[in-house]
Design a protein around this ligand. Structure first.
Ligand SMILES: NC(=O)c1ccc[n+]([C@@H]2O[C@H](COP(=O)([O-])OP(=O)(O)OC[C@H]3O[C@@H](n4cnc5c(N)ncnc54)[C@H](OP(=O)(O)O)[C@@H]3O)[C@@H](O)[C@H]2O)c1
Length: 253
């Protein structure tokens, strides 16, 4: 996730970025990328930065926070954490500073292509100016919704995790296409272009999907047959259950 953000921000050309990882092997992915330099030294990397992004697995956040805390300027630096379900009170505790400007964000991997959907929950001591800086930065890699921490969970399921669900749908379309005699590559191209087309119509006409579906459904036609098969198989219910599956984790009050 951190790599996708870094590459997205590097492409915008507005930022000087230092990416860290534990191993040089991971960092080799960024060799030669404009506007990115790399380091295995977290403490050095945060020195002088305007914005620090924490993008390690949730169970590693505490260690990394404690490691860098001594080198952070809490009066100035903004800290954004993408770690799922690590909220600002824990982040402040890990950093050992009750006034740290730290905030939970939830992007997705489309950041690399400027198409992320990011939730930004600026409750951790962010001023209006800090929020604006973080929002502008995240707008460089896609759309941004500023919200409360407790609202991030639903957004995460729809976008952070949701990107995988959308890919699963594309994959399922491919499997259907292959059964009907298409080669996988061709089926993937068709499924992806159809997905883009559906989004273009909904956005272009500011349309509810039910209206779009109605427009392409002829009485007694082919589309309604397929749609009804999806209903018989519990498609909507499966999607709703899929999205709610991630809400079992305890949320802050
Ligand atoms: N994946 C997603 O789609 C997604 C979406 C939204 C949010 N998130 C959040 O993003 C975070 C990272 O997830 P991920 O899937 O991107 O994990 P990942 O692929 O394992 O990447 C984590 C990176 O952290 C580096 N790292 C580990 N320990 C480090 C340390 N002490 N100092 C510096 N770098 C260190 C690793 O480098 P090495 O390879 O060298 O060990 C690795 O490159 C998680 O907290 C997750 O909740 C992920």
């Amino acid at each position: 996730m951190g790599g996708a953000l870094a590459i997205g921000w590097a492409k915008s050309g507005n930022n000087e970025i230092t990416v860290t990882a534990r191993t040089e092997q991971t960092l080799s992915r960024f060799a030669g990328v404009d506007n990115i330099c790399t380091s295995t030294d977290n403490r050095e990397a945060v020195r002088g930065a305007d914005v620090v992004v924490l993008a390690v697995k949730p169970w590693l956040i505490e260690d990394v926070c404690r490691q860098i805390a001594g080198n952070l300027d809490f009066s100035r630096q903004i800290i954004l954490s993408v770690a799922a379900n690590i909220f600002f009170d824990s982040l402040r505790e890990f950093l050992g500073c009750e006034t740290a400007k730290v905030c939970y964000i939830m992007p997705n991997i489309a950041a690399e292509y400027g198409e992320a959907m990011t939730y930004l929950a600026p409750e951790g001591g962010f001023s209006a100016e800090d929020t604006s800086i973080a929002r502008d930065l995240l707008l460089e890699v896609g759309k941004v919704k500023v919200c409360k921490e407790k609202e991030v969970a639903a957004g995460n399921m729809l976008s952070g995790c949701g990107i995988a669900y959308v890919m699963r749908f594309i994959h399922a379309m491919m499997e259907g296409g292959v059964e009907m005699g298409l080669y996988p590559k061709e089926a993937q191209e068709i499924a992806m272009q159809t997905m883009k087309g559906a989004v273009a119509v909904l956005e272009g006409k500011n349309m509810h999907p039910a209206v779009g579906i109605d427009k392409v459904t002829t009485p007694g036609g082919l589309t309604i047959r397929g749609l009804n098969e999806l209903d018989h198989a519990g498609f909507n219910s499966a999607v709703i259950r899929c999205l709610k599956a991630g809400l079992v984790i305890t949320l802050p009050d």
